[in-house]
Design a protein around this ligand. Structure first.
Ligand code: SAM
Length: 286
């Protein structure tokens, strides 16, 4: 791959040269496997119309590959101490905008919007820090930015929940939340040996294709997510009981709501499709 060797030896040397010690509290597990990087970059499928947002560039391994293909890369890194190494690795890359900030505290829309033209291909790519995977993912997915696709590395069990279908044990708020935004596919599993330092768990790369979102849309997304959270608030209960406690309403009211949505009050949340949740949300407050 053109632009930077991030194999194990080169990465150790880079860490030594800049006096960087990987910080556990920032979820720093740097990618050192060229094949995995290539797999991510292929899935991102950037070209000269693409604007790519990366959260957590780390030492810049993925950033460089994105910069080789995309028109513009915006990379947000929380760890200020990586400024010298990123400055060195990305020197001369004029299409990379490096921002040192906590991506959960910055206005991502305001940051990215100036780089977007109406016809732009806007994508999100990240090897996400495991301790804040879902807040970061949702900060991007729920923004008003015209996201076409996201390619993210997450813990394998998080990936399993993202792609889970109704009826399975992994199906829950995360599955519905992500699948509401796009078609989700687990691309490949990544072993701990692909990182330095090695995490204690397996990882997986997931593609969210936002151009293939489900047709069922909620008129009021806030209500939609409120009902989804309430439905899954307690696992073993029937939908009637879960919605009653999750929404803080009497059981007669939750049962009525469920029936108006064409569902059986004794069904469990795990069995409901996105279309079912949309119908439930449409019946709320009517
Ligand atoms: N992209 C690099 C790679 O693949 O080698 C590093 C990935 S490492 C798993 C996660 C990165 O996210 C770290 O560089 C970490 O400092 C950064 N990070 C953690 N929390 C963050 C936050 N809230 N906002 C921005 N960056 C964050």
């Amino acid at each position: 791959m053109a632009g930077g060797d991030f194999g194990p030896r080169a990465t150790k040397e880079l860490l030594r040269q800049y006096g960087v010690i990987a910080k556990k509290q920032f979820g720093q597990n740097f990618l050192i496997d060229a094949r995995v990087l290539e797999g991510i970059v292929d899935a991102v499928n950037a070209d000269d119309r693409t604007v790519a947002l990366e959260v957590g560039p780390g030492l810049g391994a993925l950033t460089i590959q994105l910069a080789n293909r995309a028109r513009q890369v915006i990379a947000i890194e929380k760890d200020e101490t990586l400024r010298p190494v990123l400055g060195g690795v990305l020197a001369g890359r004029e299409n990379v905008e490096l921002v040192f900030a906590d991506c959960l505290k910055v206005d991502i829309e305001a940051l990215v919007s100036p780089f977007l033209q109406p016809v732009d291909d806007f994508v999100f790519a990240a090897n996400l820090p495991y301790y804040v995977t879902t807040p970061i993912l949702f900060a991007v997915l729920e923004s008003k930015l015209p996201l076409r696709r996201a390619v993210v590395m997450v813990q394998r069990e998080v990936a399993d929940r993202m792609v889970a279908e109704p009826g399975g044990k992994d199906y829950g708020v995360l599955s519905v939340g992500v699948q509401y935004r796009g078609a989700v596919k687990r691309l490949f599993v990544v072993p701990p040996s692909a990182f330095l330092p090695q995490p204690g768990v397996e990882s997986a790369v997931v593609l969210i294709d936002c151009e293939r979102r489900p047709d069922d849309r909620a008129t009021d997304e806030e209500k939609f997510f409120q009902v989804v959270r309430a439905a899954f608030s307690t696992r073993r209960k029937t939908l009637e009981n879960a919605l009653a406690s999750g929404l803080g309403v009497p059981k007669s009211e939750s049962a009525d709501l469920i029936r108006r949505a064409g569902l059986n009050p004794s069904v469990r949340a795990e069995a409901l499709s996105i279309a079912d949740f949309v119908r439930l949300a449409e019946q709320m407050g009517t």
